[in-house]
Design a protein. Structure first.
Length: 321
């Protein structure tokens, strides 16, 4: 627990979202002050209700495509819709969030001379020809497809972060986040874990695309947030990029069958056509993270993490009637 003398004031953009709210919990638990900036497009106040009486927490309703003027010691830039349903709803705004938003947050960090963290994504690798994906891989991305607003927006954000680092000496940390799941996921975000759990709890057919042989690697949120904090504490001369995720690989069909079993659902599995540019494989090489983050690697296995996530969605269903 940090004392008043060692306490930091930290800005978390996108802090009302899935990852942001978990990060804020950890920062407050160790004694920091947190300013959360979120336009509540995909984030929700529900994720922050438990913090309203905390004197070290402040919520600002703000869109980072507009400048923000605050005084802080560190910045975590997590603001951007991260699921295809949400980022394809307004693709121009998604690109603006990654590009204009990064410029605004980098400008703020430059003025304050503070360290800034960028939540990038494994989507920068596109539909990869390299497996597993290392940070040195440049990717295989369609620049004009329906997912490009997110993929290319995040790639451009990385460019901006490294140009500010080279041109202005800015202290940056760029993390490439692979599939993450856990409590506080948006129930209608269209991502595979939340989709399967919601469908299973309702005993509805579980939809998989193609044969369900495409693979993903699923990291529980607590493991990921631990990596965020360790990465921000690494030396100034190490900007990344760094893969953060779970290297244990599962097929989509395996995930569906496991969710049905854990829920005790009567759901059946139905197949749908593959969406455009959906990657067939996604698995991080986390050798760099292990080396730089004190031996960090995910410790929560898929069945345990899914159990916690299912309980969250069950409680959400009870609340919503």
């Amino acid at each position: 627990m940090r004392t008043y003398a060692t306490r930091k004031r930290i800005l978390v953009t996108g802090g009302a979202g899935f990852l942001g709210s978990h990060l804020i919990d950890r920062l407050l638990a160790r004694g920091d002050e947190v300013v959360c900036a979120d336009n509540l497009f995909t984030g929700t106040k529900r994720n922050l209700y438990h913090l309203h009486s905390n004197p070290r927490f402040e919520l600002l309703r703000h869109d980072i495509t507009f400048p923000l003027f605050v005084e802080v010691d560190e910045i975590y830039n997590l603001a951007c819709p991260a699921s295809p349903i949400h980022y394809q709803h307004d693709p121009v705004q998604t690109t603006k969030t990654s590009v204009h938003g990064s410029i605004n947050m980098l400008g703020l960090a430059k003025r304050l001379k503070c360290r800034i963290f960028q939540a990038s994504t494994s989507e920068v690798y596109g539909d990869p020809h390299e497996h597993p994906q290392r940070e040195s891989y440049w990717g295989n991305v369609n620049p004009i497809g329906p997912r490009s607003c997110y993929d290319e927006g995040k790639r451009c954000a990385e460019t901006l972060f490294f140009d500010y680092h080279r041109q202005h000496g800015l202290d940056i940390k760029v993390a490439r986040i692979f599939n993450t799941y856990g409590p506080r996921m948006h129930p209608n975000d269209g991502r595979v874990v939340s989709n399967f759990i919601v469908q299973a709890l309702k005993n509805e057919p579980i939809t998989i695309y193609g044969e369900g042989t495409q693979t993903r690697s699923f990291c529980f949120v607590d493991d990921l947030i631990e990596a965020f904090l360790r990465f921000m504490d690494t030396e100034a001369g190490f900007p990344g990029p760094m893969n953060l995720g779970n290297p244990v690989e599962f097929t989509i069909r395996e995930l569906a069958e496991t969710v049905i079993e854990l829920v005790g659902s009567k759901s059946t599995i139905v197949r749908m056509p593959l969406p455009t540019d959906d990657p067939m494989q996604r698995k991080p090489d986390i050798s760099l993270a292990r080396a730089k983050l004190g031996g960090w690697e995910p410790t929560i296995d898929l069945r345990t993490g899914l159990g916690k996530t299912i309980e969250y969605f069950r409680a959400l269903q009870r609340e919503d009637g």
